[in-house]
Design a protein around this ligand. Structure first.
Ligand code: SF4
Length: 287
């Protein structure tokens, strides 16, 4: 039986990631060696390719040699990193995605206007932590309404989001806060690329029997796409590369869905499509 493959709309590189990678290729060609604080994007294969061209990820900004060039990631960083760069004469190439920069700017503005800022996001994620840092460390990162201590909320509360959050999660948090706040400001900083991908993958998942989600295991937006497909009740496999595919996943399947996170290059998607076709031939031959 032929497996029909449905590729979700908006799969693969988003605007911010494409912009950062083009900038990295451009700058390594011009300058040779550059550093990034952490991997530029959450995709091991792309990061390895960039390393060969001269972009070296380091764990900490302190590891960047004084006087050299550092590229800041799409996730953004807090003010302390800019201060460190200035003190150590680092040349900064800022690849912070404009959507992330907006979340940072809104959090800072609302903190200065005396709101308690809640950042809907993952406490351990560098993007959420950097947004918090832009409030001088005063914002509270929450993953859901259950994380909020309603008894200690001040009168003025504001919500901003890590850009990869789900709209349902924002709705849930806002609904819970409504009954506990006098003044609530909500700035929806979920980026369009994220919401378009999430809507598209939800729609696709309704029409397939199994879903392959391609992207880095540490990529928040890819993990969320996989979660949406699981929530839709479909067997879902989150993979980084085509060689992780087990052909048995497609046994008896007439329609398979494929999507990819915002850090996944087109070549990785093509490799997965080819691998599924190969599985189809292998399954037919063994039938
Ligand atoms: S997912 Fe959105 S916020 Fe994140 S880098 Fe891409 S465009 Fe920017």
């Amino acid at each position: 039986m032929l497996v029909e493959i449905i590729l979700a709309d908006h799969a693969g590189f988003c605007f911010g990631v494409r912009r950062a990678i083009e900038r990295a290729l451009d700058e390594t060609a011009k300058r040779g060696k550059l550093y990034s604080q952490g991997p530029l994007i959450h995709n091991r294969q792309v990061v390895d390719g960039l390393r060969k061209k001269g972009l070296e990820p380091v764990d900490n900004i302190d590891d960047v040699p004084p006087g050299s060039t550092v590229m800041l990631r799409t996730h953004g960083v807090g003010p302390s990193v800019y201060e460190h760069a200035e003190k150590n004469s680092l040349d900064v190439i800022d690849a912070t995605c404009p959507f992330v920069a907006r979340a940072q700017m809104e959090a800072s503005r609302l903190h200065k206007a005396n709101y308690l800022v809640l950042v809907l996001g993952e406490p351990d994620h560098p993007e959420a932590q950097a947004i918090r840092e832009h409030t001088g460390g005063h914002a509270i990162i929450v993953e859901r309404s259950a994380d909020v201590d309603f008894s200690s909320l001040p009168k003025r509360v504001a919500v901003v989001c890590q850009t990869t959050q789900r709209l349902e999660a924002l709705r849930e948090l806002v609904n819970a806060l409504l009954g506990h706040t006098t003044e609530l400001v909500v700035v929806n900083t979920i980026c369009d690329a994220t919401s378009q991908r999430q809507d598209a993958v939800w729609a696709m998942a309704q029409n397939v029997e199994v879903v392959i989600v391609i992207g880095g295991r540490h990529s928040a937006n890819t993990t969320r796409l996989a979660q949406i497909c699981t929530d839709a009740g479909k067997p879902t496999y989150h993979i980084e590369t085509a060689d992780e595919i087990d052909c048995a996943w497609f046994r008896g399947v007439a329609r398979a869905g494929v999507t990819a996170g915002a850090s996944t290059p087109d070549e990785a998607i093509d490799a997965v499509l080819q691998r599924i076709r190969k599985c189809e031939r292998e399954l037919e031959a063994s039938a």
